[in-house]
Design a protein around this ligand. Structure first.
Ligand code: PLP
Length: 437
């Protein structure tokens, strides 16, 4: 039964601290070895695509009049572009089916802009200091890409309907060094937030001091609903054209969390000019795509409905795990005032907020009892969460039994860290607001 720590007397607080320590020691004695660090699909999810790995099987490697075993088709197989164009609401001509990792495509696109500029008369981005907006909490690997180029990362709050558009407008209107923003528009990593149409329109239409400002629109979780159907895909390219900034979005997606993680097919989409620009630079890197892998995907999914049916199978495996996490948190920490969390309707993560100043301690306590969590702060640029309160939970990989043990143990770590903090504050005469989660 959750206790309100701040309302305890000194004596009650001592008792609660001793109780938390004893519970923690009990968890430690179990010798756990559990990992909820990264959003990896579980083996049962990967098994859903086992039948794909034996395709084409019949020795027929020809599709769209193309022998998939030979060089060529840098833009990918037309059939696959059409299939995923329907899923993502993008015209096939504007969608390229690429290699096995969308993150690699993002790295490439940034490299092309860095070395050559984004086309037209724009200078290479490397010619002057560059800044990128990073909605927080966000995806650590996005931030790491830009950081590795020496780009300054500027955090902006991610609200319940998308990044804080008023803050963004002010920043981009006056600073020509801000060249881009990272966005995960549907079931965002890690908050689960889906951008509203209004925020999306505002991002596409806002005035920017940099004429070559780009939105890195990573639609990694477009069809990854945990309940019901995913939202209808938004016509991002059509809207960008409509508001007069057709070249602003660089769109990315992949089948990593549909078929084989890191071994599926990635996608890049953009305006006609962006597609020509991308293919021009890509043509210096490779002759064609892995079309045998793309063929497998076409034959396996068959059509857009095939993708949706496949994603319902993932949903049936994932949804109970998310329910287990959120119901345990509710039972153990609901109304305690020391933690809050998201109850996502899609994506791969639960976003957990613990008492400010305790996230690093919680992760350390969990590590010492054999529960590996993503490092505290990893959802912030350079790993710096100024409140030290955010922890990303990734429930997909472990079995339900392992997950139950991990979340039960985690709740004990959260309670112990919070009780230690309140206890130490009490002794040091520090007064914090009880509602500071
Ligand atoms: N984008 C986001 C938002 C992700 O969460 C992930 C993986 O967790 C990726 C991209 C990685 O995609 P890929 O495997 O296509 O490189």
């Amino acid at each position: 039964m959750p206790l309100q720590l701040h309302s305890l007397t000194d004596r009650e607080l001592e008792v609660e601290l001793a109780r938390c320590r004893a519970e923690y020691d009990t968890v430690k004695a179990r010798g756990l070895a559990l990992d909820i660090t990264r959003g990896k699909p579980a083996p049962e999810q990967l098994d859903l695509s086992a039948a794909m790995l034996v395709l084409p099987g019949d020795g027929d490697y020809v599709i769209d009049g193309i022998d998939c075993r030979n060089y060529g088709e840098l833009a990918g197989l037309p059939s696959l572009r059409a299939l995923f164009g329907e899923v993502l609401e993008i015209a096939p001509k504007s969608l390229i089916a690429g290699g096995t990792s969308s993150l690699e495509t993002m790295y490439d696109v940034l490299s092309f802009a860095w070395i050559h500029g984004t086309g037209g008369t724009g200078a290479p981005w490397s010619a002057a200091p560059v800044k990128f907006l990073c909605p927080v909490p966000g995806y650590d690997r996005h931030f790491a890409i830009t950081e590795s180029f020496g780009i300054e990362l500027v955090p902006v709050p991610l609200l319940s309907d998308g990044p804080d558009i008023n803050a963004i407008r002010n920043l981009v209107a006056s600073d020509p060094q801000i060249k881009g923003i990272w966005c995960v528009p549907v079931y965002s990593n890690p908050s689960g937030v889906t951008y509203s149409e209004q925020v999306t329109r505002d991002l596409l239409g806002m005035e920017t001091a940099a004429p070559d400002f780009r939105i890195f629109w990573d639609n990694a979780y477009a069809v990854h609903a945990l309940a019901g159907d995913a939202p209808e895909s938004f016509d991002i390219l059509g809207t960008a054209t409509h508001v007069g900034n057709p070249d602003r979005p660089f769109v990315f997606a992949s089948t990593s969390k549909m078929t084989i993680a890191g071994g599926g097919v990635s996608f890049f989409a953009g305006s006609d000019a962006n597609i020509a620009w991308y293919l021009n630079h890509l043509s210096r890197k490779r002759v064609g795509q892995d079309k045998v892998n793309q063929l497998r995907h076409v034959r396996f999914f068959r059509d857009a409905d095939g993708v949706r049916a496949h994603m319902r199978k993932h949903q049936r495996i994932l949804a109970p795990k998310f329910e287990l996490v959120t119901s345990t948190l509710r039972r153990e920490l609901g109304n305690s005032g020391i933690a809050s969390w998201t109850e996502p309707t899609g994506g791969y993560f639960v976003n957990l907020e613990v008492l400010p100043g305790t996230a690093t301690r919680v992760v350390g306590l969990a590590k010492d009892v054999g529960i590996a969590l993503t490092p505290a702060g990893s959802a912030f640029p350079s790993g710096n969460d100024p409140r030290d309160s955010h922890i990303r939970l990734a429930p997909s990989l472990p079995s339900e039994q392992e997950l139950r043990l991990a979340i039960d143990g985690l709740c004990i770590c959260i309670r112990l860290a919070a009780t230690e903090l309140v206890h130490n504050d009490r002794h040091a005469g520090v007064h914090r607001s009880p509602a500071s989660v």
